[in-house]
Design a protein around this ligand. Structure first.
Ligand code: ADP
Length: 192
């Protein structure tokens, strides 16, 4: 896949993602919030891939959070990284499933969750896109409390990744070390 790296206004991109999420959640009783750090600025990235990944996390949050729940999209700059977190107060994901959900076609408890639609491909594609941008996705979740998916992308993506062939990754994305702080507390669950 050829990366189209350009200067992107992150605020605009995330506001656009939240607008789409609001439309998706229109018939639902969910509270959606956007929390953007003051110094987000512009980053050099492929906005198509980033937008796709953020929208996938938001649409999952909407799908797996019952009415009355809260979803927060938050972003901040951390040195050479941008952290984008999608938090929900939904059903949560068991620790044993947390790595597998990034595999293609994997769905937790497929029989009941399949009623919510989807093929189990969204996270595999989102994590592959974020990897192509030079970043990764990390998950913190507690069953019955909620989930936080934190996506990290470099402020300046290296376009030399452009020639990597695209295939849906069935591997778990590499976890980041402990050098990136968790997101500041929001309405959703705190990470564990
Ligand atoms: P799909 O949503 O099409 O099933 P995904 O790859 O996006 O596929 O997600 C894989 C599985 O991970 C989902 O079927 C669901 O079991 C679980 N999952 C993803 N996001 C969440 C979330 N925010 N809360 C609870 N479970 C989730």
């Amino acid at each position: 896949m050829t990366l189209q790296v350009e200067s992107v206004d992150l605020r605009d991109l995330l506001r656009g993602c939240l607008d789409v999420a609001r439309a998706l959640a229109a018939q639902r009783e969910l509270t959606l919030a956007l929390v953007l750090d003051g110094d987000l600025g512009r980053i050099r990235t492929d906005k198509r891939l980033l937008r796709h990944a953020v929208l996938n996390l938001l649409s999952n949050a909407i799908k797996f959070t019952p009415d009355g729940g809260k979803i927060q999209l938050a972003a901040r700059r951390k040195g050479p990284w941008t952290q984008i977190a999608v938090r929900d107060t939904g059903m949560g994901i068991d620790k044993g499933e947390a790595q597998r959900i990034f595999s293609a076609f994997y769905q937790v408890d497929a029989s009941s969750r399949r009623q919510k639609g989807g093929l189990g491909l969204g996270l595999a594609i989102a994590s592959r896109f974020v990897e192509l941008l030079g970043g990764g996705i990390r998950l913190h979740s507690r069953v019955g409390v909620g989930s936080t998916f934190t996506l990290h992308v470099p402020v300046d993506t290296d376009p030399s990744k452009a020639d990597e062939p695209f295939a849906v990754s069935s591997t778990v994305p590499a976890e980041f070390g402990g050098d990136l702080d968790p997101m500041p507390p929001g309405p959703g669950p705190s990470s564990d």
